[in-house]
Design a protein around this ligand. Sequence first.
Ligand SMILES: Nc1nc2c(c(=O)[nH]1)N[C@H]1C(S)=C(S)[C@@H](COP(=O)(O)O)O[C@H]1N2
Ligand SMILES: [Mo]
Length: 397
Amino acid sequence: MAGLTERASARLAARLARVEPLVRGARERSEDPVKSARTAVVVGRLLAAAFLVCFATGLYSHVLQNPLPWLPLPTRPAELYRYTQGTHVVTGIASVPLLLAKLWTVYPRLFRWPPVRSPAQLLERISIAVLVGVSLVEVTIGLLNIVQWYPFPFSFRSTHFALAWVAIGSLAIHLGVKLPVIARVWRRPAGDEPDATGRFISRRAFLGGVGVATVSAAALTAGQSVEVLGPLNLLAPRRMGVGPQGLPVNRTAAQAGVADDDVADGWSLRLITPTGVRAFTLDELRRMPQSDAVLPIACVEGWSQSASWRGVRLVDLLAEVDAAPTTPLVISSLQRRGAFSRTEMPPEYAADPLTLVALELNGGVLHLDHGYPARIIAPGRPGVMQTKWLSSIEVRS
Ligand SMILES: Nc1nc2c(c(=O)[nH]1)N[C@H]1C(S)=C(S)[C@@H](COP(=O)(O)O)O[C@H]1N2
Ligand SMILES: [Mo]
């Protein structure tokens, strides 16, 4: 019996001896200045800034898509959403290298022994685990969305929205807990430390590398909405100026299940009001006064491009059926299935004279993939709400 325990403990000791160098190595690396509190704070500031901007622009995109009845939405500047959503995607992408760098600077602390010293520290470690886990999932599903790959079985938008709150909540806890460390680092100037050279590279080289990685990741995707960066666009799937009539297409008519028959000569746009239904044929729409508007398609997935649209002002069309833009409109597409087949339009968009039932794009008849015979184009709205292949517009009482 005694021999058995002895043998077992000898085996355990041999195992531990093998693990020990790893733990010691990790502990030594925590003395590496690249893994110091200062580096963690410097990278952390940039990461927190990216997260906060990403969160704010994400919230804005969310309210545009789920309007609150008491909150008026801005229709001008017409390009506003282009910039907020472009910023959302760029800050989200920039946070990937920052997040990895931040993990690199702090991971030796995972091996600290004992792992938990107090209940407060247990809570802190749980909040960090949640922050790290949720942030990684959040940026990953965001990236998959940008490259138009939807392998997950859950709704992207509601999951992305819910996780954003969890991430920001655990970030607030983390910042609160770390405030003393952050304050200490901020008060002491950077040069005030004995050795700024790490085991492998200096802190300056590390931060420089993180900076280059972050700026490159952002620059390599921003080209999907910023013209001068267009040639650098390697990561994002849509190319500026590439597509029918010089504009990218998010979902083609074939993908949306809109057939040629649906848009043949018999097509008409039905205006449904509490007092009746009036159908406008394409010829009738073309005979009405036409207006021009230069407005962007600004996709929630980050790509955007301005284009020249021509068609009937929505306010003029509503006036034809004696309706005023005072209540939300329900806009339906010929597309039968899917979340995009029907959208609601708050009155502020319907009232804006730039909002068109567009019949033409960049000087030609609307291409089928851009929504022929007619589509909605409104200022300041997410692309997903710019309904293509119109079938009816309903005015609710
Ligand atoms: N009916 C319908 N309208 C739609 C869509 C759709 O799938 N179905 N996609 C939307 C999305 S996500 C965007 S970004 C714009 C893209 O417009 P475009 O293809 O003309 O560039 O159309 C919007 N309108
Ligand atoms: Mo979109």
